[in-house]
Design a protein around this ligand. Structure first.
Ligand code: UN1
Length: 508
């Protein structure tokens, strides 16, 4: 396979090397990165040692003192330069994402496009870090609020969006005046190194300290150092609900802040008036895109009984057309799962479906033979199930889609909401009353609710995140920037007396 893109990104193509992403690291143990595409060793990174971690935090603290004094629009200018560099490297970086993580090349490029988009967004945001002004109840007083950066933002990201999620956090945090320490997933560490190397070029060219954007590589232990560290006021973590609960509790225990993006169990309600072509494309991309490994992947279809058979039949036919294989070959729709551990979880879920009385409409299974040597390629499958089944309530990070039947919209909404997670949701309808009901206070309880669009593929301009076990965080667009700053209320007295609020008299 042609892996020139590794060289273009500063990661040697043959004889896989070891990378740190940080100039000063000599390195701890090696962490090897194997491609789920063909099982090949891509390269390795060094696990950040405790001493190196201390070095990073000290460099971040020093860099923060410099960076916070740079005017916000000038900080935006640095982010603009990074966005331009990403435009230049969109092709090789997208290929690396596809090769290290296994998503289709289209989706790999799409992820880099999300990075470019968030850079543009952050540049605009850098001139809009607005605070409000209020009318004081006291004469000759002025009251207003302003937003200051928090300091060091710790970013813990997941393998499934190995570059975009970091950029949603870091590019916004940067214009806010924060500095960022990133722990990428240990399943996609080279993506982290590639982004870091590109950003270091921008910092060098602008004579800015290396500590503004840093990288720490390794397993959960590094995450533990970050979550316990009072020098890191905000931890933004993406991953499983299990991980998020630990991070949330640990950081809350030291009164730090968290921004959590955890599991999803996203459903599409398909009503009798739905446009069947929209249904098929939305459901199919939602369920099999990124091989079902997006937080926003469609896991449940809640179908009206009157069209259930029709949707079922057309869906089965559409699944029959899916091409599974090397994700860098644009001919294929579905690539591999991230690793054989994920394949095990997929197989376990399928056996649970049978044990709980569900039945398979489109059979699953692991592919073998030429092209599938990594052992990570599985068949996207569809099962007929019941909403209350334990396996349906659980998020399995794999392309398994459950079909559920409903009679009236209230029941469909109750099914949609009747899971512990609350990230993304959708309704397919041409009936205005149904659409509005779904979006109303009595409708979807998720952070994202769409009409005639699937559950995945959110744009960066909106606030991204969800409720309940999804963690409640919001990142990327809208006013998510506020999560990266501290608010200060200021009252200034320009009178010659000291009138107290609430009418209190305090005369000597
Ligand atoms: C995720 O799965 O963690 O909406 C993020 C989407 C992407 C982001 C998904 N924009 O599918």
């Amino acid at each position: 396979m042609n892996t020139d893109f590794l060289q273009q990104l500063g990661l040697a193509p043959h004889n896989p090397g070891t990378f740190t992403g940080m100039e000063s690291f000599s390195g701890g143990e090696k962490l090897e990165s194997y491609s789920p595409v063909n099982g090949a060793l891509i390269g390795s990174v060094t696990q950040t040692t405790r001493e190196e971690y201390e070095q990073v935090i000290r460099a971040s603290e020093a860099a923060f003192k410099v960076w916070r004094e740079v005017p916000a629009p000038k900080r935006g200018e640095i982010v603009r330069q990074y966005g331009d560099l990403l435009r230049e490297y969109k092709d090789p970086l997208g290929r690396l994402v596809s090769y290290e993580m296994g998503k289709s090349l289209q989706e790999g490029w799409g992820e880099v496009q999300e990075m470019i988009d968030i850079c543009d967004f952050a540049v605009g945001q850098s001139r809009q870090l607005y605070g409000l002004s209020m009318h004081s109840e006291r004469p000759h007083h002025r009251m207003y609020e302003q937003w200051h950066p928090l300091g060091i933002v710790g970013i813990i990201s997941a393998f499934n969006f190995p570059v975009a999620v970091w950029s949603w956090n870091s590019m916004i945090a940067l214009v806010c005046g924060d500095v960022c320490v990133w722990k990428p997933s240990e399943k996609a560490p080279l993506c982290g190194v590639a982004c870091q190397l590109l950003f270091q070029r921008i910092l060098k060219a602008n004579n800015l300290p290396e500590g503004i954007i840093t990288l720490v590589n390794g397993d959960y232990r590094i995450g533990e150092w970050m979550t316990n560290d009072t020098r890191v006021p905000l931890i933004s973590a993406t991953g499983s609900t299990r991980m998020g609960k630990i991070v949330g509790q640990t950081v809350a225990g030291r009164m730090g802040r968290t921004l959590l993006e955890l599991g999803g169990n996203n459903a599409i309600i398909i009503t009798p008036s739905a446009d069947i072509n929209i249904v098929l494309t939305g459901a199919l991309f939602g369920a099999v895109g990124t091989a079902g490994q997006r937080c926003t992947s469609t896991r449940r279809l809640i179908i009206h009984e009157s069209i259930y058979e029709e949707v079922k039949e057309k869906l089965a036919r559409a699944y029959g057309q899916l091409r599974i294989g090397n994700p860098l070959d644009q001919h294929n729709h579905v690539g591999p799962l991230i690793d054989t551990g994920a394949v095990k979880a997929y197989l376990h879920a399928i056996s649970e479906i049978g044990r709980e009385g569900g039945s398979m409409l489109v059979e699953g299974g692991v592919l073998d033979g030429p092209g599938f040597e990594s052992g990570c390629y599985v068949k996207p499958c569809v099962a007929e199930a019941r909403p209350e089944m334990a396996i349906v309530q659980h998020e399995t990070f794999a392309p398994i889609l459950y079909l559920l039947k409903y009679k009236d919209l209230d029941e469909a909404i109750a099914i949609q909401n009747g899971v512990p997670q609350g990230l993304s949701s959708a309704i397919m309808t041409n009936d205005m009353r149904e659409a509005e009901k779904f979006l109303s206070v009595a409708g979807s309880d998720c952070g994202i609710a769409n009409v005639n669009i699937g559950t995945s593929g959110a744009e960066i301009g909106g606030a991204f995140g969800g409720e309940k076990e999804t963690g409640g965080g919001r990142e990327s667009g809208s006013d998510s920037w506020k999560a990266y700053m501290r608010r200060q209320t200021n009252t200034i007295n320009y009178s010659k007396t000291v009138p107290l609020a609430q009418g209190i008299q305090f005369d000597l």
